[in-house]
Design a protein around this ligand. Structure first.
Ligand code: HEM
Length: 423
């Protein structure tokens, strides 16, 4: 005879089955799986597609803490990795020591020194002065496809804009920028695997940058590379290797991220017509407040960086109640943290005017995105100009047919077909 059910107890709902990560469905919409992890396994030991195992941190409070945790090192030398996984936690194709000493691979005090030096050259003032050039580039790219009434916004717009922008800012001459576009294209298409083409592209880029730095030293200009060479702090300068690694990380960190901000952001607007109309109305009235909060909300809602870059425990520690051993890799899932209902009201809702929006899309702590002012400038200019010049812009394929890149760190579309009435 079973005991009578207690009238005051509510039955605990059964735990839904654990979702598969890193499948096609996951790549197109990882948010349900992240909701499961946040709820049932917020710090989860997981095998990644590359075979490397790591802790995934998905709750906002834990994520923020982990990003600021000094016992989590960015130096891959701290990775207690099995031999088969060695070298799979860096930028694809980037193996040479010279380029490895960049900001995302080092800790204080080296990080503090290099970041201070680059901040002297890559200033908010330099970015603000660059605004007219970003607008010009944006208009030129739209001019190239406007007559057709259709386009693939990834290949024809989101992809070239950041690469030309960062090349201009660094001081790569215009006639060499298409080479950069091709090398970067190779890295983005085949990122995630140590393929020959990626390694060759990285090698060419490295050789080119070394020579460019050499030339700028002899004949400095008004560009960022010349600024990096000139920057000094207490008599210290960047060495040539450090300057090359810095130029490389600026390119690498500032490229695919911005492609995805424009791609994911446009896609989110086109699939949320009421938000898009709101933004179009406010832009037509000459008001940019909604554009500014809106780009931040697009970063929170479906940001370019799904997981922050690799971190490794230098000693045993606890995150979210979970013991982490020295040498363990830790991946902070920004996309999961930024949809945490414990931090954001109605986190799955896109609200361009969201005010309480301290999202982690640009990271947190000492590695907080150095290029955030440039990314904001490019994102705001690109989205506002698209909506102004192509007011009836719409998706050219049903959302279910769009394919997302299944990379690990980044989240973005492979293609974004659109239609519009030619102006
Ligand atoms: C760091 C996001 C654009 C340069 C980071 C980090 C994130 C991020 C999340 C921290 C990674 C970590 O802690 O593991 C983004 C997003 C962008 C963007 C979402 C576009 C929407 C840019 C641009 C540049 C740039 C345009 C430069 C031109 C950097 C650099 C770091 C960094 C150099 C390393 C900073 C350090 O370690 O001190 N970014 N980024 N980023 N970002 Fe960005």
């Amino acid at each position: 005879q079973p005991p009578p059910a207690c009238p005051h107890s509510t039955p605990t709902p059964p735990r839904p089955p654990e979702p598969d990560l890193f499948t096609w469905e996951f790549a197109s919409d990882p948010y349900p799986a992240y909701a499961w992890l946040r709820e049932y396994a917020p710090v989860r030991w997981t095998e990644l597609p590359s075979g490397v195992e790591a802790w995934l941190v998905t709750r906002y409070a834990d994520a923020r803490e982990a990003l600021a945790e000094q016992r989590l090192s960015k130096n891959p030398a701290h990775h207690d990795e099995p031999a088969h996984a060695r070298g799979r936690t860096g930028i694809p194709g980037e193996r040479k020591a010279e380029l490895m000493t960049h900001l995302l691979n080092i800790d204080p005090p080296d990080h503090t020194r290099l970041r201070r030096l680059v901040s002297k050259a890559f200033t908010p003032r330099r970015v603000a002065a660059f605004a007219p050039r970003v607008q010009e580039l944006t208009d030129q790219l739209i001019d190239r496809f406007a007559e057709k009434g259709e386009a693939d916004l990834i290949h024809e717009f989101a992809f070239p804009l950041p690469i030309y922008a960062i090349c201009d800012l660094l001081g790569v001459p215009r006639e060499d920028q298409d080479d950069f576009r091709d090398w970067a294209g190779m890295m983005i298409r085949h990122g995630g695997g140590p393929r020959g083409g990626v390694a060759r592209s990285v090698k060419k880029m490295r050789g080119y940058l070394a020579e460019l730095i050499h030339r700028k030293r002899a004949d400095p200009g008004d560009d960022l590379i010349s600024g990096l060479i000139r920057a000094s702090d207490h008599g210290e300068h960047l060495t040539e290797n450090e300057a090359a690694a810095m130029a490389f990380i600026l390119l690498f960190a500032g490229f695919e991220t911005t492609v995805n901000l424009i791609g994911n952001g446009t896609y989110a607007l086109l699939t949320h017509p009421e938000q898009r109309e709101r933004l179009q109305r406010s832009l037509a009235a000459g008001d940019t407040a909604l554009l500014e909060t809106g780009v931040e909300e697009l970063l929170r809602y479906d940001g370019p960086v799904e997981l922050a870059t690799w971190r490794f425990a230098t000693e045993p520690l606890r995150i979210g109640g979970q013991d982490i051993a020295a040498g363990d890799p830790v991946l902070v899932v920004l996309a999961a943290a930024d949809r945490d209902p414990a931090r954001f009201a109605e986190p799955d809702l896109l609200d361009l005017s969201r005010r309480d929006n301290q999202h982690l899309g640009y990271g947190h702590g000492i590695h907080y995105c150095l290029g955030a002012p440039l990314a904001r400038l490019e994102g705001q200019t690109a989205l506002a100009t698209l909506l102004r010049r192509l007011p009836d812009l719409q998706l050219g394929a049903p959302p279910g047919e769009l394919r997302w890149r299944g990379g690990l760190i980044m989240r973005g579309l492979r293609t974004l077909p659109v239609r519009f009435t030619p102006p």
